[in-house]
Design a protein around this ligand. Structure first.
Ligand code: XIL
Length: 347
């Protein structure tokens, strides 16, 4: 799969502009090769074991991985107090074998909870014990095989208010700082992240998160960075909004992780895949990565895409719609989105 870049010079009404055709590019050199920060992907242990094309891409193109589901609470603690780590450990072994940075996702979230917890009734202190046991057991189990954790995932609503999830209802907002405190007590080295979606799109949400975490920090709680999921679309959020969110987070002294990027092409429900849309997706990826490279290096924690190919993206199943949001197509061939990514890293 060796292809060359074609660069087209275009001249708009406003003067000269350079537009790159992301139709094809060299995939022999790894995506991460020219990057100053790790380039990761979300992975599933079953695909790694049973799908050779998938596993090959993961091994050769990326130097970071995030378990897509295997580290979530419903996977690790199916029965109250009983932890099962075998699937998760297979990812640890894979990451170790291929020298990839492993990002743990996610310790405390309102989704993908085990059934028992939804039926659990207990006092506030009982709930705090559940939180403590889960966070400490999981962080303790993985030790330094995991470089960084999404400690709390999606605690905010789009309007900047706190989400009234099961943890909030039973513990109150303290569950957020407790989660970070418990994680820190077990591992002082692993980097601790808060992770959420729509951070660039919803300015109020971004401001509320940054301010909330800044206050926790001033109380002595260790929070190292913010994960911006970035499940985005071709036309939104705008590049300006994306750049502002990167700046707001890094200026507040938090590492920035693009933690789950994918770019949806299907916003209307109807989907006809065209070359033009694929090109635009390549341009959007180029723009996002270029903006990310504008923040100071010390804040660039890395970029992680949420899956390998369009055949395995969560978007099609979760939202039940046709879509093409990832770097590789269903035949595991690099798309313009891959080339746009690479070009922005090399620039
Ligand atoms: C998704 C997974 O990709 C799917 O396989 C699963 O069915 C649902 O969760 N935000 C997150 C991720 O933080 O954990 C979600 O992952 C996608 C949205």
């Amino acid at each position: 799969m060796f292809r060359g870049f074609i660069t087209i010079l275009c001249f708009s009404f406003f003067g000269g502009c350079q537009k790159t055709d992301f139709g094809s590019c060299n995939t022999e050199e790894a995506l991460y090769q020219n990057a100053n920060f790790p380039i990761g992907t979300a992975v599933s242990p079953i695909e790694i074991e049973s799908n050779e094309e998938y596993a090959n891409i993961v091994k050769t193109q990326f130097n970071g991985i995030t378990p897509e589901n295997a580290f979530k609470m419903d996977a690790l603690q199916v029965i109250e107090g009983v932890f099962s780590f075998s699937e998760a450990d297979s990812i640890v072994a894979f990451a170790d074998r291929h020298r990839m940075r492993l990002h743990g996702h996610a310790l405390v979230w309102h989704n993908q909870l085990p059934a028992w917890i939804n039926n659990y009734s207990g006092s506030k202190s009982d709930w705090i014990l559940i939180l403590e046991k889960h966070v400490k057991t999981v962080v303790g189990h993985f030790g330094n095989t995991v470089t960084s954790w999404d400690v709390v995932n999606e605690a905010f609503e789009d309007d900047g208010s706190l989400r009234k999830n099961i943890w909030f209802e039973n513990i109150g907002e303290d569950y957020i700082e407790l989660a970070f405190k418990f994680a820190n007590e077990v591992n002082k080295d692993a980097l601790l992240f808060y992770n959420d979606y729509n951070i660039a799109q919803k300015t109020k949400k971004c401001e509320a998160i940054v301010e909330y975490l800044r206050v926790l920090r001033s109380k002595g709680i260790r929070i190292d960075g913010i994960g911006m999921q970035m499940h985005i679309h071709l036309s939104y959020p705008s590049n300006a909004k994306i750049g502002s969110a990167f700046n707001a987070i890094s200026e507040a002294d938090f590492l920035v992780h693009i933690s789950e990027i994918d770019i949806s092409l299907n916003t209307s429900g109807e989907m006809r895949l065209t070359e033009n849309k694929l090109q635009k997706q390549g341009e959007k990826m180029f723009d996002v990565v270029s903006a990310y490279r504008n923040i100071p290096k010390e804040y660039q924690f890395g970029i992680t895409v949420w899956g390998v190919s369009d055949a395995d993206s969560w978007i099609t199943t979760y939202f039940d719609r046709i879509d093409y949001p990832l770097l590789f197509n269903e035949q595991y061939e690099a798309k313009p989105m891959y080339c746009g990514f690479k070009e922005a890293l090399a620039n």
